[in-house]
Design a protein around this ligand. Structure first.
Ligand code: NAD
Length: 400
């Protein structure tokens, strides 16, 4: 038992500490929102990438909105000595205890989801005491992947074809800076596609189908992002965009795997939110700070949890006919229609070039960005006494 006084330790766009009590409170908030929006939804869900961001929000939505049994796969660090556990560990511990209190079935697998070993361990759990899975959420964001042949690929965030000159904000200092990035090499593009493209999603779905753990009508969803033109050189037309194209192209292959079950694969294009993964993308934190300002002003702001509740209620398991904006002309689910509203994007375009370090706090909601960023790690949460030493070694339930 180690009690620690835990403060945020920021290094660029990462925080190396996390607060167990703060993380728990945030999970509790997400849980109570999902409970309030109860809906007809999946009953047995596998979430790959379940401990933070969109994956955690999907898991909470499915469990507390629809009463689903959930099996979560993630790669998180337990506490060790003076070192806190990672935020995803504490989030999962909190989720497990809240779901347990409610009598919901919870299974967790901590390890490298890209590996054959973790796929096998997950399938063993699903076979032994889990109902047939009716929804598989694929929500990994990772800087590297070792493929089944043992080759390790790295993902980079770079433009393709020509250098990128733009601006970004340093999220710890609030300094607005020009960035210049050289285009990715062919090897870097291929590496990013190997990590963040569809290859591993396909391997998961093949393995799950072969193991016969999927229910009739099973669905699978992976998450993508489109965003506005000002992010395209680094996002949509960059290495990550190339990987997302590959992910989207994988839908057809997974549809073939699910066809005998009358199942369906989908990409859901989600809104930009603050997560550990999005904080690492140049330009995005500055864009998000501006986006949040305008969306909050017009009352259309959403976080991961709002988006995932909408995904279940209004897109995957609707009780009413889908609105026109729900699916685009290439068949992707759209949850970003509020972000992409032309009037709002025009406002962003008009202000973008004027943003500098001195006017950052007035022109954008950078304070809101920083607030959300710290909360990813359990800091800045109302009602938590950060001057009190807390138990850092928190157990996970539902581990095999
Ligand atoms: P995140 O960093 O919050 O979550 C990543 C998850 O992946 C965590 O649960 C982590 O434990 C898990 N993970 C990473 N490497 C792993 C590994 N090797 N084995 C097992 N688990 C591993 O990221 P996020 O922003 O929620 O992103 C999830 C997906 O949503 C991504 O595909 C991302 O592109 C997409 N998306 C994000 C945004 C955004 O604004 N954040 C917008 C649209 C779409």
């Amino acid at each position: 038992m180690v009690k620690l006084l835990i403060e945020p330790r920021l290094r660029g766009f990462i925080c190396t500490t996390a607060h167990p009590v703060g993380c728990r409170k945030i999970v509790e908030e997400q849980v109570s929102r999902a409970r309030r929006c109860s809906f007809r939804g999946p009953k047995s869900v596998l979430v790959i990438g379940a401990s933070t961001g969109y994956g955690l929000a999907s898991r909470i939505g499915a469990a507390f909105g629809a009463g689903a049994a959930t099996c979560g796969v993630f790669f998180e660090r337990p506490a060790e000595g003076e070192r806190t556990a990672s935020a995803g560990w504490y989030n999962t511990a909190a989720f497990g205890s809240l779901a347990g209190e409610e009598g919901l079935l919870v299974r967790n697998v901590n390890g490298d989801a890209f590996s054959a070993e973790i796929k096998k361990r997950t399938i063993d759990i699903l076979r032994s005491d889990f109902p047939p899975v009716d929804l598989v959420i694929y929500s990994l964001a990772s800087p590297r992947r070792t493929d089944p042949a043992g080759v390790t690929h790295r993902s980079v965030l770079k433009p393709i074809g020509k250098p990128f000159f733009g601006k970004t904000v340093q999220t710890d200092s609030g300094a607005v800076k020009e960035v210049a990035m050289e285009p990715a090499t062919e090897e870097e593009i291929a590496g990013t596609v190997a990590v963040m493209g569809g290859a591993d999603w396909l391997l998961w779905m093949e393995a799950l189908r072969e193991a016969d753990v999927l229910a009739k009508g099973a669905k699978s969803v992976a998450y993508g992002y489109v965003g506005p033109e000002l992010t395209w050189p680094i996002y949509r037309y960059g290495t990550i965009g190339r990987a997302k194209e590959d992910l989207e192209a994988t839908v057809e292959k997974i549809d073939r795997i699910l066809a005998p079950l009358c199942g369906k694969a989908n990409i859901s294009i989600n809104k930009a939110v603050v997560t550990q993964a999005s904080a690492a993308i140049p330009v995005v934190p500055l864009y998000v700070s501006l986006l949040f300002k305008f969306m909050k002003e017009e009352g259309s702001h959403e976080d991961c949890q709002d988006q995932m509740i909408r995904l279940f209620r209004e897109r995957l398991y609707p009780t009413e006919p889908l609105p026109d904006c729900a699916v685009d002309d290439v068949g992707r689910i759209r949850l970003d229609e509020r972000e992409m509203k032309p009037v709002l994007q025009e406002k962003i375009r008009q202000v973008w070039s004027a943003i500098e370090t001195d006017n950052l706090s007035t022109l954008t909601d950078f304070a809101g960005y920083q607030f959300d960023f710290l909360r990813l790690f359990g800091f800045g949460v109302e009602g938590v006494n950060y001057d009190e030493a807390v138990e850092s070694d928190v157990p996970l339930r539902g581990m095999p």
